[in-house]
Unconditional design. Structure first.
Length: 225
C-alpha cells in the first residue's frame, strides 16, 4: 500500500531526477497539503535560485486554489507561462498528486527558465510553446502577503475600473474573482480587501453570499439541463 510518506519520498526522487535531467534552469517544487499549513507549504525545492524560494516558504496561487476548491474541480495545468519578481519568464507545469479518496495531497511544480530562449522563439518553438490561453503570466510569490497583493491586482485588472468608479456589481465581480482564487483563505485577507474596496466587512460578506448564491443557481440550472 502506498502511504503518504512513501508518496512524498517518491516525489522528492522525481524532483531530483527532473532537475538533474534539465539542469540548473529547471526548478522543481513540492507543496505539501496534508499538513494544512498554508504559511509553510513548500516542502521541497530544487534549484530554488530561479524564483528565490526556499524550503518552508509560503504558497503560490495554485496552492491556494487547490485548498479552496473541491478535488474533482482541479485539473493538472501543463505548459503555461509564469514570471519571477525580477522579470524572468518561466515555462511552468502544475501536477496535482492525489491520495486516498482522490484528495489532493501534494502539488508538484516544474518551472523552466526560458528567458534566454525567448528571443529565439522561432528557432525553438516546439520547446517553449505553451498551451495556456492566459494573456498575462502569473507571478510566483514567496509569501501569503505578496500573493494577496497579486490576486488583488489581478482582480482589479479583471474589473478594469479604479475602485472609486466601481459600482456594486463591479465590486461583487471583484470579490468573486478573489473568492474563486482562494484569497479569503489567507489570514486577515477580508480586512485588507474590505479596506481596499472602501466597504465594511459586513458588506464584503454580503457580496460573498451573492457569489455563493449565484454559484448555487448555476449548479442547479446545470443539473436541470
Amino acid at each position: 500500500m502506498i502511504t503518504t510518506k512513501n508518496t512524498l519520498k517518491f516525489l522528492i526522487q522525481l524532483a531530483d531526477a527532473l532537475a538533474a535531467e534539465f539542469g540548473s534552469n529547471c526548478e522543481v517544487t513540492i507543496h505539501d497539503l496534508t499538513k494544512q499549513d498554508l504559511d509553510n507549504s513548500l516542502a521541497y525545492i530544487v534549484n530554488g535560485h530561479i524564483t528565490k524560494r526556499n524550503q518552508g516558504d509560503g504558497p503560490s496561487a495554485v496552492v491556494v486554489e487547490a485548498l479552496s476548491k473541491e478535488s474533482h474541480q482541479l485539473e493538472d495545468k501543463l505548459s503555461y507561462l509564469t514570471t519571477t519578481k525580477d522579470g524572468r519568464i518561466l515555462k511552468s507545469s502544475t501536477i496535482y498528486v492525489r491520495g486516498e479518496g482522490d484528495q489532493v495531497q501534494y502539488i508538484l511544480g516544474i518551472n523552466f527558465d526560458i528567458t534566454r530562449f525567448v528571443d529565439f522563439e522561432l528557432g525553438i518553438k516546439d520547446l517553449i510553446a505553451t498551451q495556456s490561453s492566459e494573456k498575462k503570466p502569473r507571478k510566483i510569490t514567496n509569501n501569503v502577503n505578496d500573493l494577496l497583493e497579486e490576486l488583488i491586482e489581478s482582480a482589479l485588472e479583471l474589473v478594469h475600473k479604479p475602485v472609486g468608479l466601481m459600482n456594486k456589481s463591479d465590486k461583487v465581480e471583484f470579490v468573486r474573482y478573489l473568492n474563486d482564487a482562494g484569497a479569503f483563505l489567507i489570514t486577515k485577507s477580508s480586512d485588507k480587501v474590505a479596506k481596499f474596496l472602501g466597504i465594511s466587512k459586513f458588506t464584503l460578506y454580503s457580496y460573498l453570499d451573492i457569489c455563493k448564491m449565484a454559484e448555487t443557481d448555476k449548479e442547479t440550472n446545470k443539473n436541470e439541463d
